[in-house]
Design a protein around this ligand. Structure first.
Ligand code: HSE
Length: 428
């Protein structure tokens, strides 16, 4: 009988317990598929007495995660604690230095320390895998590092925060403003302890930075991700964008341009006919464009016990089978430093503004666009009250700098009521 692969689990929250259940329920199948048994030998969590939905009494208990990482009877440590520093980081570093492979679901840890941790893993002859950190149950890391390994990647896009997609799609379906749906999401337990991780785009930005590293062979550079959350997206914009044939998504986009690596996690308009535009509720979607493969679309649950545990166990099964892929798909020392692209690639833009309803107001706006070198593709003026006229413009391709200049010129016209809204339209 081949030797078992011995697991230690640090963190018995939703994901940790999901892993315990898979191992307990599917043990025989895992052994058959891996060619060797997969066993849990030790666990660690903040409270031993807490009531849990799986029985962990058969496993050795450690109070200290670092002690768990030092155990001689463990081959693989599963870091399911979370957080970018503290116990999670100490655990991963100790495990790698003590000859254990590591599987983690921790996007924040890797977004901030992924380069150093990947190098540490390699220096110790270990693997550090993180399928569960990006888009929950969707095997997107595997797709990029393995199935698409022979492709030059052109662009990676994704809706990778289910909470934001829930909020945006619920605002539209129920006709409710952001603040009301945010409170609903809080009551449903969808939001992270720090909600800004979700609605500020940080969680999804962490994930995008990890995909960029694999897709473009670059060092993880979360600090260069252009981040904008969904707090400023209004129900008016959601409705008007729909009227023009678009859905608003918190969309991550990563692409290598002549000006450097562009990484954005911002509210964008996407065509309502594209799978991204049709994505409802808390589901995630990742779209990858490769030179040879063309565009592929991966869709699935981005969070939750089963999906996230499935991704963790996918990494465990690779290790059990002897598949030892580098953290970011190539040796850490070969990852390059890409300069961040300061100006985004050109795109059509959605502009919404309210104008004083007086002669020449629209002409001034059109002139301001022309002065900024921006051409109008489509324009609509909606029913207006006595003095104000809501106007919607879709531009031809323009750079973010050109749009910023146009908005500046708009303000100088004296015909604007309130602030204009500008959102990029991502072409598919
Ligand atoms: N809070 C995340 C989401 C899941 O809503 O998708 C964990 O990254």
């Amino acid at each position: 009988m081949p030797s078992p692969l011995r697991l230690a689990i640090a963190g018995l929250g939703t994901v940790g317990i999901g892993v315990v259940k898979i191992v307990q329920t599917n043990g025989e199948m895992l052994a058959r598929r891996a060619g060797r048994p997969v066993e849990i030998v030790a666990v660690c969590a903040s409270s031993r007495s807490k009531k849990r939905s799986a029985d962990v009494s058969a496993y050795a208990w450690e109070d200290d995660p670092v002690a768990l990482a030092r155990r001689d009877d463990v081959d693989v440590v599963l870091e399911l604690i979370g957080g970018e520093n503290g116990a999670a980081k100490a655990l991963v570093e100790t495990a790698l230095k003590n000859g254990k492979d590591v599987v983690t679901a921790n996007k924040a840890l890797l977004a901030h320390h992924g380069n150093a941790l990947a190098a540490l893993a390699e220096a110790n002859g270990r693997v550090l895998r993180f399928e569960a950190a990006v888009a929950g149950g969707i095997p997107v890391i595997k797709a990029l590092t393995e199935g698409l390994a022979a492709n030059r990647i052109r662009r990676v896009m994704g809706v990778m925060n289910g909470t934001c997609n829930y909020i945006l799609t619920r605002m539209e379906s129920a006709g409710l403003p952001y603040d009301v749906v945010f409170e609903e999401a809080r009551k449903l337990g969808y939001l992270e302890a720090d909600p800004n991780l979700d609605v500020g785009g940080i969680d999804a930005g962490h994930k995008l930075s990890l995909l960029s590293a694999i897709a473009f062979g670059t060092r993880v550079d979360f600090d260069s991700v252009q981040l904008q959350g969904i707090g400023s997206v209004s129900i008016d914009d959601i409705r008007l964008a729909r009227d023009m044939g678009y859905a608003i998504k918190l969309l991550g986009v990563s692409q290598m341009t002549g000006r450097g690596l562009e990484q954005r996690m911002t509210p964008c308009l996407v065509p309502e006919t594209h799978p991204l535009g049709q994505l409802q509720g808390g589901t995630n979607m990742v779209v990858i464009e490769g030179e040879s493969v063309g565009q592929i679309v991966l869709r699935g649950a981005g969070a939750g016990e089963g999906p996230t545990a499935s991704a963790v166990m996918g990494d465990v099964m690779d290790i059990a089978r002897g598949l030892r892929v580098k953290t970011f798909g190539q040796p850490a020392e070969t990852l390059t430093d890409a300069p961040p692209a300061v100006v985004s690639a050109g795109a059509p833009w959605y502009l919404r503004m309210t104008l004083l309803d007086k002669p020449g107001a629209l002409a001034k706006i059109a002139t301001a666009l022309g002065d900024a070198g921006i051409s109008i593709d489509r324009m609509r003026q909606y029913t207006h009250d006595d003095a104000h006229a809501p106007v919607l413009i879709v531009t031809h391709k323009a750079s973010s700098d050109d749009i910023a200049l146009a908005l500046e010129r708009f303000r100088e016209t004296g015909v604007l009521v309130g602030e204009p809204v500008a959102m990029r339209i991502e072409e598919m």
